[in-house]
Design a protein around this ligand. Structure first.
Ligand code: G3I
Length: 455
């Protein structure tokens, strides 16, 4: 039931939701969520439940043709609270002929997941690989238009069902160049990536929109820095990007490095969420799995971890035995390490992406002081109380950090700016303090009091 709560809240409080928060509905949702707080029987004993206790998800890649394998679904349903279709949402699967869309296998996975309270990551809308033949032979403006239409159609089909999309996958070259990967999509113009993000944003304003890549885990690598620079540029220009996926396929040629946490936190500091999207590790060393999970938990904006398959035999690299369950579906040592890491956790250390709470400034003509205090914290949200002194009629402006969303308030009359992230609270005769609940959506920054005005 805890996963059901997650699934219901994420789309509603999506990062770029254009509509204002409907307070009554949100308050009802918050009240409903309270019934599903951590503490269920399975908490601490499965990957998904333990991750949820930390406000995260733990997911796996799923293949539709394995959903009839009861050994497979037993583990899937017991352990995971997020799924990523391994191949079924790729371009060749969803638009095998131009303009003819095929969603059967993807719908099957989405239905399986959502009916069991698991969230779904969409993978992937625009990619140089696994293009159907008709797209492979296209170029120029016709390809650009076909790509944008694909993004629009697929994101629209799954609107409200997918919490995060890998909008663009693997667009940068390996090696030391830091350049974009050459591909038919890249040759349509360097702005193809942002064009894809804008199309996805228009089609599904509530899904988190991610850039996803591999060999971007090591902070010192040119490819990592190139993606970082792109994301920083996108954020500065308002391109609608919400998250970065780190595939994290670790092996002897591309090993885990202890600067992984620096990578995650550095991207998070740009104001995006980060997600471990395709984790597998050659030989499944328990210590490395533990480190990856600890690194994610140490970064407040790391939303969750997805492993790229359930049993070793399900892996695209089966011979490397890189997953958490062996071919018989038994838990490996890496599983125990991951579960222990999830149950222990660490305190998030992200640098704040907005200024820390500072003493409020009182504009000329006003004279009041508003002080914010932390309240109760749950797995997915937290309360704050603001106490006002120096005025009985007051107006206080509070901002939260996207993708946070204020879901309910008390003892005041709120209004909102167009983003939904800045709340202007006016006294309503209830006294000199008001409170509110913030859905963290993976970000645990303190809300900031921007001003207090006596009126
Ligand atoms: O389903 C057909 C089967 O009918 C046919 O007999 C067989 C013969 O080759 O092919 C089967 O399809 C294969 C498919 O996996 C399902 O098993 C494709 O050939 C094969 O190319 C495909 O590989 C997938 C690969 O992406 C393609 O690029 C892997 O399953 C999938 O795990 C892998 O996932 C990627 C991510 O999307 C992006 N990041 C890297 C990751 C690993 O390569």
């Amino acid at each position: 039931m805890i996963e059901r709560c997650q699934e219901d809240t994420r789309p509603r409080f999506g990062p770029r939701a254009r509509t204002a928060v409907v307070l009554a509905a949100a308050a009802l949702l918050a009240a409903t969520s309270a019934a599903f707080l951590p503490g269920t029987a399975s908490a601490g004993t499965t990957l998904g439940a333990s991750a949820a206790e930390k406000g995260r998800y733990f997911g796996t890649a799923v293949a539709a043709n394995k959903l009839s394998d009861s050994a497979y679904t037993t583990i899937l349903n017991r352990e995971f609270n997020s799924v990523t279709p391994e191949n079924e949402m790729k371009i060749d699967a969803t638009e095998p002929q131009q303009g003819r869309f095929s969603y059967g296998a993807a719908d099957q996975i989405v239905s399986h997941a959502r009916s069991r309270g698991m969230s779904v990551r969409g993978h992937t809308l625009a990619w140089h690989s696994q293009q159907p033949g008709w797209m492979q032979s296209m170029s120029g403006s016709a390809l650009r238009q076909a790509m944008l239409n694909h993004v629009t159609q697929v994101a629209t089909h799954f609107r409200g069902q997918v919490v995060a999309w890998d909008v663009v996958n693997e667009a940068f070259a390996d090696g030391s160049s830091g350049a974009r990967r050459d591909s038919n999509l890249q040759r349509t113009g360097n702005d193809w990536i942002e064009a894809a993000f804008r199309a996805a944003d228009a089609a599904d304003p509530n899904a988190k929109l991610c850039y996803n890549d591999y060999n971007t885990d090591n902070w010192t690598h040119a490819k990592t820095q190139a993606v970082y620079n792109m994301v920083r540029d996108f954020k500065s220009r308002g391109v609608p990007i919400d998250c970065v996926g780190f595939q994290s396929h670790f092996n002897n040629d591309s090993p885990y490095n202890s600067n992984y946490r620096t990578t995650l936190s550095s991207f998070a500091a740009l104001g995006v969420d980060v997600q471990v999207t395709e984790l597998d590790i050659q030989g499944a060393p328990a210590n490395t799995y533990r480190s990856v999970v600890e690194d994610c938990l140490a970064v407040a904006r790391c939303n969750g971890v997805t492993v790229w398959g359930i049993r070793d035999s399900d892996s695209w690299r089966a011979s490397q035995t890189p997953l958490l369950f062996n071919n018989s579906g038994q838990k490996k040592a890496a599983y125990d390490a991951v579960l222990a890491a999830l149950n222990t956790g660490t305190t998030p250390t992200d640098p704040p992406t907005n200024p820390p709470t500072t003493p409020p400034t009182n504009p000329p003509g006003g004279s009041c002081t508003a002080t914010l205090q932390d309240g109760t914290r749950w797995g997915d949200r937290f309360n704050s109380t603001v106490t006002v002194s120096g005025a009985s009629n007051w107006t206080v402006v509070v901002a939260v950090t996207p993708p946070q969303k204020i879901s309910s308030t008390w003892n005041g009359s709120p209004t909102w700016d167009s983003s939904g992230n800045v709340m202007t609270m006016r006294s309503n005769g209830s006294g000199n303090a008001f409170g509110f609940t913030t859905m963290a959506n993976g970000n645990w920054n303190r809300p900031v009091v921007q001003s207090c005005t006596a009126s």
